[in-house]
Design a protein around this ligand. Structure first.
Ligand SMILES: [Zn+2]
Length: 322
């Protein structure tokens, strides 16, 4: 059995949720950036998401092989964003990489654009971020910068040997994986956080790995999905009344965290609707907006303005619900 107390990584901590079920929670400033999951299906190991870098994924593989004496044979990619899939190469080709069909397509298109962008811009970005860190004395700002600096350091270290590894098993809508110990239910949601987002639910234990459909302690990133579809997905998933909701970013959460995120999105939609209706929408106006008191403690506050800006555009578009 895994002894999580003897395991250390600078990229993530391991939290046991139940027998054979673990959450790997990213450490601020490390090279994991997103959270991952590990499920012992009953002699067969499944990994949910693989971090932003092979070096963080390598640590997860070390934990797994040290404690189980075997390697995972299944990897699930929740969605195409680089911070969830760039560790794939550490587990493939021994492991099958599973995703929704849409996520597979997006990794090959938008995901490759992302790879090319980071290849071209990461060194420059890191230099700028380090300068910003030196130029500010604001502790809170420094804390946020540490997160992003860690991400770019991890990416730059990985890039020389990084390859975008495509899933080799795809599904549409829903897939059940039946092990001796657990059945893992994969469900994909369209246009919620990204073009397609898969959650993994273990019904007997009432544990759900939400990936980026849930952020805990962080502002969510709304700008690559449809806020109404995300609200619908969150309301559906709240009905599971799960014991643990494992987010894509932040500590392991509960139903209360899902409800708080629903409130956040509703509040952002209200704010954006007000701005659009009053004709006050301008980049300058949005850039000076403050995060409302209720959400002031969340990390990555810059996402708030990104979200409002996106929602204003979304609500003004023909498919917006204004
Ligand atoms: Zn994402």
């Amino acid at each position: 059995m895994p002894d999580i107390h003897n395991f250390t990584s600078k990229h993530f901590t391991i939290q046991k949720l139940d027998d054979g079920i673990y959450a790997a929670i990213a450490i601020d400033g490390g090279h994991a950036v997103c959270n991952a999951g590990l499920v012992d299906m009953g002699g067969q190991l499944l990994v949910f998401d693989t971090f932003v870098s092979p070096q963080a994924a390598q640590d997860l593989k070390r934990f797994i092989t040290d404690h189980y004496g075997q390697i995972p044979i299944m990897v699930v990619n929740s969605h195409y964003h680089n911070d969830h899939i760039w560790g794939n190469q550490v587990f493939a080709p021994e492991a099958s990489v599973i995703s929704s069909t849409r996520t597979y397509e997006l990794i090959g298109t938008s995901g490759m654009e992302e790879f090319n962008w980071y290849s071209a811009n990461s060194a420059q970005q890191l230099e700028t971020l380090r300068r910003q860190y030196q130029d500010t004395q604001d502790e809170n700002q420094r804390k946020q910068l540490v997160l992003i600096i860690g991400e770019y350091e991890g990416i730059l270290q990985a890039l020389p040997h990084l390859s975008v590894c495509l899933p080799n098993i795809t599904f549409d809508g829903r897939l059940e994986i039946r092990g001796k110990l657990h059945t893992a239910e994969l469900s994909s949601y369209s246009e919620a956080h990204s073009g397609s987002d898969t959650v993994l639910y273990l019904p007997h234990k009432k544990i759900v790995f939400m990936s980026d459909l849930l952020f805990v302690g962080f502002h969510p990133y709304l700008a690559d999905g449809d806020p109404y579809m995300l609200l619908k997905a969150l309301r559906d998933l709240s009905l599971l009344n799960a014991t643990f909701y494992v987010p894509g970013h932040g500590p392991v959460g509960s139903l209360e965290d899902v409800k708080l995120l629903i409130k956040y999105i509703e509040a952002c939609i209200d704010t954006a609707q007000g701005l659009v209706q009053s004709g006050q929408v301008s980049q300058e106006y949005i850039q000076q907006m403050q995060v409302p008191e209720t959400f002031a403690g969340l990390q990555l506050p810059q996402f708030y303005r990104t979200n409002i800006n996106f929602l204003c555009k979304h609500l003004s578009s023909p498919q917006g619900n204004l």
